[in-house]
Ligand binder design. Structure first.
Ligand SMILES: Cc1ncc(COP(=O)(O)O)c(C=O)c1O
Length: 415
C-alpha cells in the first residue's frame, strides 16, 4: 500500500478551494512545483529547516522566495520586533527608528543618500519609477527583469489596460544595442532604465552582466539625463553588504530593496541620491502601513547581524561548496544541466535540446526534484535557490548526498 506523505496538506487544499480562489494563490500554486511531489502547506520552521503540515522535515533553499536571509524564527530579529510590537507600532505620526535605520542603510549602500521605507519590493519599484518620472518630467521607462506585480510591470497583463503599460519599453539584458536603439527612438523622453543588475529570469540560468554592460548603462543614462535604477530586491544584502552595486562597482541613481532586509518582515525601500529622492516632495508616496515600526525594527536587527556576524562570508562559502559539489556530480553522472548564479543564489537548469522531441530535460527535471523533495530537500524546480545564514556544512553535505541519489536515478531512467 502506498503511504501518503501529505494527507493534511491535501485536506487543507480541499478546504482552501472552498474559500480561496484556486485553493492557493500566486507563486505558491502546486503546479509551480512538481504537483503531488511537493507539500502544499508549511507548519513551522527554525533556522534553515521547516516542517510541512504533515510533519515532514525539509532543508529550506527557497527562504520564503528570498526574504529569509538569516533563518526562520531568528531570535535577534524576532526579539527586537516583538519588543517593538509590545509597545505599539501603528501610530498617527512617524517613529524615529526610521532615521536610525536610514542612517545604517546609508552606511551600507553606495547610492544611498536618502531612504524611503515601504512594505514590499513591488511598493519599492513602483515608488522608484514614480520618483524618476517626477524628477525628470518624462514618462517612458526602459525595463529588464521582474519588478513585481503592479500594473506597470506585471508579467501577465490580464486585467491591466494596455494604456497602463504603453510607456514601459522592455529591453534585453546584456544587449546594449537594444538599449541604444530604444534610447535613440525615444530621445529626451526616457525617465529611467530599471533592471535587475544580475538577470534571474524564471526557469533560466542566472546571467551575470557582461564586462562593461552596467557601466555602459551608467554612461548612457548620464549622457541622456535618464536615471539608472537597480532593482536589488533579490541581490540586496546577499551579493555584498552594499548589494550588486557594490559587487559590480557601478552606482545607480536609485537602488530598490526588499526581501532580505527584513528577514521575512514586510519591508522594502527606495534609496538614492539626495536630489532624486527629494522628488518625493512633489510625488505622492504614502500608504497606511508604511509607517509601522516593527518591520523597521526587524530590519535594523538584520543589518546589525550582517555587520556583527559572519553572515555574508558564510553564505558565500556554503553556496560555493554546494555549486562545486553539484558540478562534480553532473560530470560524474554525465547529466546535461547547468549550475548557475552567484553562490548565495545557486540554481540548476536541465538543458533542453531543440532536437529532442521527447523532451528528456523535462523528465530529468521531474525525476530530480521529485527525488530531492522526497528526501527532505526543498529546492524550487523553476526559481533559483538561496543560501540561508543558518545552513550548515552538514546541510550542504546532506543535500549533495540526496542530489547524488537523484542523479543516479536520472542516469538509470533518462540517460
Ligand atoms: C527583482 C524583484 N523585484 C521586485 C519584486 C517584487 O517584490 P514583492 O514580491 O516583495 O512585491 C521581486 C519579487 O520577487 C523581485 O524578485
Amino acid at each position: 500500500m502506498e503511504i501518503k506523505r501529505f494527507p493534511k496538506s491535501e485536506a487543507a487544499y480541499e478546504a482552501g478551494k472552498k474559500v480561496i480562489p484556486g485553493g492557493v494563490i500566486g507563486t505558491r500554486r502546486p503546479e509551480n512545483f512538481v504537483p503531488g511531489a511537493y507539500p502544499l502547506y508549511i507548519k513551522e520552521g527554525k533556522g534553515a529547516h521547516f516542517k510541512d503540515l504533515d510533519g515532514n522535515e525539509y532543508i529550506d533553499y527557497l527562504a520564503g522566495f528570498g526574504p529569509v536571509l538569516l533563518g526562520h524564527a531568528y531570535e535577534a530579529v524576532d526579539n527586537a520586533a516583538i519588543e517593538r510590537i509590545r509597545r505599539g507600532f501603528c501610530f498617527d505620526l512617524s517613529q524615529d527608528i526610521q532615521n536610525t535605520l536610514a542612517e545604517k542603510v546609508i552606511e551600507f549602500i553606495p547610492c544611498a543618500e536618502r531612504v524611503i521605507f515601504v512594505l514590499s519590493g513591488s511598493d519599492a519599484t513602483t515608488a522608484a519609477i514614480r520618483l524618476a518620472r517626477a524628477y525628470t518630467g518624462r514618462d517612458k521607462i526602459l525595463k529588464s527583469g521582474y519588478s513585481g506585480w503592479h500594473d506597470w510591470c506585471v508579467p501577465i497583463p490580464t486585467g491591466v489596460p494596455a494604456k497602463a503599460r504603453e510607456d514601459i519599453l522592455p529591453f534585453i539584458y546584456n544587449d546594449i544595442a537594444s538599449v541604444e536603439t530604444a534610447m535613440e527612438k525615444h530621445k529626451g523622453q526616457v525617465a529611467a532604465i530599471i533592471l535587475t543588475p544580475l538577470a534571474h529570469e524564471y526557469n533560466h540560468p542566472l546571467e551575470f552582466p557582461q564586462e562593461g554592460f552596467l557601466q555602459k548603462l551608467r554612461d548612457i543614462t548620464k549622457a541622456e539625463g535618464t536615471l539608472l535604477i537597480f532593482d536589488e530586491v533579490r541581490t540586496g544584502f546577499r551579493l555584498a553588504r552594499g548589494g550588486a552595486q557594490e559587487y559590480f562597482g557601478v552606482t545607480p541613481d536609485i537602488g530598490v530593496f526588499g526581501k532580505a532586509i527584513g528577514n521575512g518582515y514586510p519591508i522594502g525601500m527606495v534609496t538614492g541620491s539626495n536630489d532624486v529622492m527629494m522628488a518625493n516632495q512633489k510625488a505622492y508616496i504614502s500608504s497606511t502601513f508604511f509607517y509601522n515600526s516593527f518591520p523597521m525594527t526587524a530590519a535594523l536587527a538584520v543589518l546589525k547581524e550582517i555587520e556583527g556576524e559572519n553572515v555574508l562570508p558564510h553564505i558565500w562559502r556554503l553556496g560555493e561548496k554546494l555549486q562545486k559539489g553539484m558540478k562534480d556530480l553532473l560530470s560524474k553522472y554525465e547529466i546535461p544541466a547547468e549550475v548557475s548564479g552567484p553562490p548565495p543564489m545557486p540554481f540548476l537548469t536541465f538543458k533542453s535540446d531543440k532536437s529532442d522531441p521527447q523532451k528528456k530535460h523535462q523528465a530529468r527535471r521531474r525525476i530530480f526534484f521529485t527525488e530531492v523533495i522526497a528526501n527532505g530537500v526543498f529546492l524550487h524546480p523553476f526559481h533559483h535557490w538561496y543560501i540561508i545564514y543558518t545552513h550548515t556544512d552538514e546541510d550542504i553535505e546532506k543535500t549533495l548526498a540526496v542530489m547524488e541519489k537523484a542523479m543516479m536515478k536520472i542516469k538509470a531512467q533518462v540517460p
